[in-house]
Design a protein around this ligand. Structure first.
Ligand SMILES: [Zn+2]
Length: 90
């Protein structure tokens, strides 16, 4: 059975809420709009790309390969009150 994009989105949202992900601004020149999200074990870090205030994508496999809205994007969106491009506004 395949997973619907609704289920995938919910799982990402659930993980964004349950896991203590840390969000930092990327201090790199030209990358200041982006964020780096570090997992609760401080093992993995992924970059969430932002253009003109809209969250575009993340470097994690979930976003990069599956084109899904991942927990990192959701976490940045929640903390910094930003829109995620793939989610349509009502
Ligand atoms: Zn991600």
């Amino acid at each position: 059975m395949t997973t619907s994009n609704t289920q995938t989105l919910f799982q990402s949202f659930d993980r964004a809420m349950m896991e203590s992900l840390k969000v930092y601004r990327n201090g790199g020149i030209g990358l200041e709009g982006n964020f780096v999200v570090v997992n609760h074990e401080s093992v993995d870090a992924y970059e969430v790309k932002v253009e003109q205030g809209i969250i575009k994508e993340c470097t994690c496999p979930h976003s990069h390969w599956r084109k899904a809205v991942c927990k990192h994007m959701i976490k940045v969106g929640l903390i910094h009150n930003m829109d995620i491009e793939q989610l349509k506004r009502p």
